[in-house]
Design a binder for this molecule. Structure first.
Ligand code: 5AD
Length: 454
């Protein structure tokens, strides 16, 4: 009864939460398996940001319920954002669920499973579904443990939970609660331990990292707590690269811009969510900035790091987005020149302000707008990668490619890179001469001191 499989939907924060659950289950004597067919317990760690993500997890839980009918001791749990968002409604919809655990209760999963297993072993009536979706003070501090993984080059580190913004389209404030930061000391300690285990790159995670600790820690020498945290991590031996996701344009101030100039390990790549490139739509979305301000941030970053890479999130078909609004947004998207982007078709979320807005956009029109942006993005990312052909890039080697006998890694600008490598190079910074590029990947040969093949 103690083999658990965890399936994760959604963002990096969810990946990180699943890792924490896996680690705490292992500490409790469970074995965490990598395939649902070998498991006695399947936990779905879910996403609510779009309807499609919820439907996928609901479909999967329904499918697992069939197995439970032939194997009554098989257990199914729903964790994370959808558990928080839908709560007891999930019990009505999916009566076979054993466990529903919200985003502030991940640390309680081992206790709940212990309890359920005991009840099942007692062979009485089926135990009642456990529903645990309360808020809990300090729960952000529970996302701190990592599974020891062989050859782990890169790790996610959760620095905060929650979001105090009120974007009209977004369910996250409901699923993740109010902003709560982890103490800086604990984060620094966690990164130290990761470095000792051989991790070379950390990605700091939070719903809005630029808000990190703004109520808990003072500004020092004009630097926000988030920038102070980046500087502290920069000082940790063994860590070679620092990334983060996601900042908010409103909190992206000059101290963070200057960190890209002054903090050597901070990689010249930023994921900066735009959401719309039209001021009317930004206002309707309740995003507190204009496209002119967004442009200013991009320009100030390019002024300190000319070859900065930009990635973004953008939504097409927000209610009331007219053809002209969209054209304006698309033109701005093209003008900025994003190297990577997630492009989302607006999805109605129950309970958000945009749910009841008039002028919802048709599915076909959202699809069309999606393609317009995808085309712009494909051209730009191919062009940007082609600029690298003939240059030598620093790559952090991650491991063997999924297919073939090549190796994969990334540049500081987060370009996927493929080359002939060697197990011994995993976790090393190497130099690659780029000889070919596609929109998503650069290919090349490793060189020593810019000349010889290794
Ligand atoms: N519909 C479509 N996309 C959404 N996002 C958030 N809410 C919605 C929604 N209702 C997108 C935003 C956000 C990303 C994580 O998901 O672009 O930045």
């Amino acid at each position: 009864m103690n083999r658990v499989y965890i399936k994760t939907y959604g963002c990096q924060m969810n990946e990180r939460d699943s890792e924490q659950v896996a680690s705490s289950l292992r500490d409790r004597g469970y074995s965490v398996v990598d395939n649902e067919f070998d498991a006695d317990v399947v936990l779905l760690n879910t996403c609510s940001v779009r309807d499609q993500a919820e439907q996928k997890a609901i479909g999967k839980a329904g499918y697992l319920a069939k197995r439970k009918r032939s194997d009554p001791n098989f257990m199914i749990g729903v964790l994370g954002c959808m558990a928080q968002n839908r709560g007891s409604e999930l019990m009505d919809r999916l009566p076979d669920l054993d466990l529903i655990v919200g985003t502030q209760k991940f640390h309680a999963v081992p206790d709940h499973l212990d309890h359920l297993i005991k009840s099942y072993s007692a062979q009485g009536p089926r135990p009642a579904t456990v529903l645990d979706i309360d808020e809990e003070e300090g729960s952000q501090n529970a996302i701190k443990d990592h599974l020891p993984k062989q050859d782990q080059v890169s790790a996610f580190v959760s620095i905060m939970q929650g979001c105090n913004m009120n974007c009209a389209f977004c369910i996250v404030p409901k699923t993740r609660g109010r902003e709560r930061a982890r103490p800086m000391e604990q984060i620094v300690e966690e990164v130290h331990e990761l470095a000792e285990q051989g991790v070379k790159e950390v990605t700091l995670l939070g719903q809005i990292v630029t808000s990190y600790g703004r109520r808990d820690f003072p500004v020092v020498d004009g630097k926000s707590p988030f920038v102070q945290l980046i500087e502290r991590i920069n000082d940790i031996d063994g860590i070679e690269r620092i990334r983060f996701t996601s900042p908010h344009p409103r909190g992206f101030k000059q101290d963070l811009v200057e960190a890209y100039r002054d903090v050597p390990k901070l990689c010249e790549y930023v994921h900066l969510p735009l959401q719309a490139g039209c001021n009317k739509t930004l206002r309707a979305m309740n995003r507190p900035y204009t496209k002119e301000r967004f442009r200013e941030i991009v320009d100030s970053l390019r002024a300190v790091v000319p070859d900065m890479y930009f990635s973004t999130d953008i939504i097409v078909g927000f209610p009331g987005e007219t053809e002209e609004d969209f054209s304006e947004s698309a033109a701005f998207f093209e003008d900025i020149g994003f190297d990577m982007s997630y492009i989302f078709k607006y999805s109605i979320r129950t309970g958000t302000p945009a749910e009841t807005m008039l002028d919802q956009i048709s599915t076909e029109e959202k699809e069309r707008r999606n393609h317009v942006l995808l085309d712009i993005l494909a051209k730009r990312s191919l062009w940007r990668n082609e600029q690298l052909v003939g240059t030598v890039q620093e790559i952090l080697v991650e491991g063997p490619a999924k297919k073939g006998d090549k190796f994969v890694g990334k540049t500081r600008g987060y370009r996927n890179s493929i080359f002939d490598g060697d197990e011994r190079l995993i976790g090393q910074l190497v130099q690659m001469k780029v000889n070919r590029a596609t929109a998503s990947t650069i290919y090349g040969d490793l060189v020593l001191a810019g000349v010889d093949t290794i």
